[in-house]
Design a protein around this ligand. Structure first.
Ligand SMILES: [Fe+2]
Length: 315
């Protein structure tokens, strides 16, 4: 067996469907999501790019796939059905790890929220025994999946919020559960990867799209240590770090993996990470796969070029 663990990071599909939607399903914040879709997103998030993505993933054959939220555009039941279909095409729930984004939990729903049907892809290896009655499953987070020498720790920042806001919040209870989880997985010598929809770095998002408890999260991450943080939400490529330079935690963000994007940094892409079992000089490697219309609508390799202070390898 290859001693490296490989996984693909995808994000922000924004699957849209009005199938089965009733007028009353749209008479809330979703009306803004619908209008936004009509105005420009339907030209951005494209089915042919999603298809090309699935083809390229088959070729790259990573050991695992992670998706950092916004699978759906407004959490409508038809969109969730679509999301389930796409996920089944990507792999079994144990091979694909999903966390929610703000668009997946767009409006407050009752106990029968369609969001729950994605739970097999979000669940921990050993789910907590307490029954989670919250429709958005917020009490299940943080989740923990261990794949070989890697711990995948999923967070949920997805909380319904007012129209024109796209803020995220972890909440005290989730942060209190995160600290011991990082401590325990660190003691076991696992390579800890935190998956979060909203970026945990200051200055990356406007006030109305920010992570509200960013400072509290930063204290937990830098206090306990973590090897890598991956996020979505920004719809653009980004390479940052948090903490002191000598113990910097890399924070890497992706644009949507299915959007044509209006600039190069917003063009559909995904990353394939390679995590060595025994960390060497380079803690991990990254391959960048970018959508290219010029290459017949397929994903092609692009050099990974983070800022110089990020010590990240290639493979
Ligand atoms: Fe998004």
């Amino acid at each position: 067996m290859n001693e490296n663990f490989t996984f693909a990071h995808l994000s922000d599909f924004h699957l849209f469907s009005l199938k089965g939607a009733r007028v009353r399903d749209l008479l809330n914040k979703r009306i803004y999501a619908y209008l936004k879709w009509r105005i420009h997103r339907f030209t951005e998030h494209r089915a042919d790019i999603l298809k090309a993505l699935a083809v390229d993933l088959k070729k790259m054959a990573p050991d695992h796939i992670v998706i950092t939220g916004d699978l759906t555009h407004s959490g409508l039941a038809g969109e969730v059905v679509e999301a389930e279909k796409v996920l089944r095409g990507l792999g079994a729930p144990e091979d694909v790890t999903v966390i929610p984004g703000n668009h997946d939990n767009y409006v407050a729903a009752g106990g029968s929220s369609p969001f729950r049907s994605l739970s097999p892809y979000m669940a921990s290896d050993s789910p907590r025994r307490t029954e989670c009655v919250a429709p958005d499953l917020s009490c299940h987070f943080p989740t923990l999946r261990i794949r070989r020498h890697v711990a995948l720790i999923g967070l949920s920042t997805a909380r319904p919020c007012l129209p024109f806001l796209a803020v995220g919040r972890l909440g005290t209870a989730q942060l209190e559960r995160l600290a011991p989880l990082l401590d325990e997985t660190g003691r076991r010598g696992l390579f800890r990867i935190v998956l979060i929809h909203h970026p945990p770095c200051a200055g990356m998002m406007s006030w109305r799209k920010r992570l509200m408890d960013l400072d509290s999260l930063g204290r937990v991450l830098t206090g306990q240590g973590v090897e890598l943080v991956l996020h979505g939400h920004t719809h653009r490529s980004s390479y940052r770090w948090i903490g002191q330079p000598r113990r910097a935690i890399p924070v890497i963000g992706l644009p949507s993996s299915t959007a044509l994007g209006r600039t190069r940094e917003k063009l559909a892409r995904y990353h394939v990470y390679s995590i060595p079992e025994r960390p060497a000089a380079n803690p991990f490697g990254v391959r960048v796969r970018v959508y290219s219309s010029a290459s017949g609508g397929s994903f092609v390799e692009e050099p990974f070029s983070p800022p110089g202070h990020l010590v990240i390898g290639r493979f």
